[in-house]
Design a protein around this ligand. Structure first.
Ligand SMILES: [Zn+2]
Length: 366
């Protein structure tokens, strides 16, 4: 789905210095199970659970970086079971053309111990307990493709309602959203469920031209191999109260044909993006899935370390701040001088829930 034209009353977004934003699509098996079933990426999911999340949280802590974790809602669960024989009857099924059978046919209706690639409540808790505040956002409940014609408004609402309810049970108010497969759709539903922003597609110049898909892929490959600076962005008001914070660059995995692309190309582009953000007072918005670090993990983590070191150096010189997606939007809504320590307000916690109240803007520019 293409983004609709901006509303006439779109606000001007201004920044007082460059911003580094990192968003992570955390989905375990849900991101691929509709295409490949549960077997193909099971190993990568187990590496993600057992190795990647801890290392990533350690690296974010070391460099004082608040990231936005857009988490599939099913991962807030530690178990699920059929309800009168129906799996997740609260979700109105999508009708994606490539799916035969029930959308939840692969859901094991088991527990995190039995089927750890489908559940992640212990990991959500781990992210919440990171000493550097990490924003918890959403990536839909079951990775329904919002931008596909098979996802009705009713399906989108049912997915978002489930996410909001499960997050609230853990004391979390969801503000940021990443669309499954990055295909934007049902923006009105986002606003209705209290979301303030989403990550839109990367605004490459060639995406705005009427070019065949293979030409666009070639142009993207050209950007990668020439280590071209990725786009740096400013948020757009896509709907009243709902901002598009476009991505700048995907930190792509060492997998498939892309394993032949040297790590230095990824790092080089990211460093150019950070420099551009600082020079032009814009946002460099890096994103990936934690699963993307599972292959050749040591090298992929070393690349991230180099990127974070460069961001930290720019920040220490007062040229860049680091902010999660909700921090960018809150700062715009409340004003530059706003004290963000109380924003966004957490949802009312249930018994025993962990409440996240700290919000750090991490701005050292103003
Ligand atoms: Zn389930």
């Amino acid at each position: 789905m293409k983004l609709d034209p901006k509303p006439a009353a779109s606000e001007e977004f201004t920044l007082d210095c460059g911003v580094f934003t990192l968003s992570l699509d955390f989905e375990l098996i849900w991101g691929t199970v509709d295409l490949f079933g549960p077997d193909r990426y099971r190993r990568a999911c187990l590496v993600e659970r057992e190795v990647v999340i801890d290392r990533l949280l350690d690296l974010l802590t070391r460099f004082d970086i608040s990231a936005t974790w857009c988490i599939v809602g099913h991962l807030f669960l530690d178990a699920c079971a059929p309800d009168n024989g129906h799996v997740h009857p609260e979700i109105i099924r999508p009708r994606h053309a490539w799916v035969t059978g029930d959308w939840f046919a692969h859901d094991p209706t088991a527990s995190e111990e039995v089927a750890p690639e489908f559940y992640g409540r212990s990991l959500v808790r781990k992210i919440l307990s990171c000493p550097i505040r990490q924003e918890i956002g959403s990536h839909s409940f079951s990775h329904v493709i919002f931008g596909d014609a098979g996802c009705s408004a009713a399906t989108a609402h049912s997915e978002l309602a489930a996410c909001v309810r499960l997050a609230a049970d853990m004391g979390i108010a969801l503000r940021s959203f990443a669309f499954p497969r990055n295909l934007v759709g049902h923006l009105d539903a986002l606003g209705a469920h209290g979301f303030a922003c989403f990550r839109g597609p990367e605004p490459h110049w060639y995406e705005r031209r009427a070019l065949p898909g293979f030409v666009k892929r070639l142009l993207h490959l050209w950007d990668v191999v020439t280590i071209a600076a990725p786009p740096v962005v400013l948020p757009d008001l896509a709907r009243p109260g709902v901002w598009n914070v476009p991505g700048s660059m995907f930190y792509f995995p060492m997998r498939g044909s892309r394993r032949h692309i040297p790590l230095s190309f990824r790092v080089g582009r990211a460093i150019k993006g950070l420099n551009q953000a600082a020079a032009r007072r814009r946002i460099f918005h890096l994103w990936f899935h934690p699963t993307n670090l599972a292959d050749d993990a040591d090298r992929m983590f070393d690349g991230l370390r180099q990127i974070f070191e460069h961001a930290d150096a720019l920040r220490s010189r007062g040229r860049l701040r680091v902010a999660p997606m909700d921090g960018i939007v809150a700062r715009q809504q409340l004003g530059r001088g706003a004290d963000l320590s109380e924003h966004p307000a957490p949802a009312a916690p249930s018994m025993g829930a962990t409440v996240t109240t700290q919000t750090e803007d991490q701005c050292r520019c103003s």
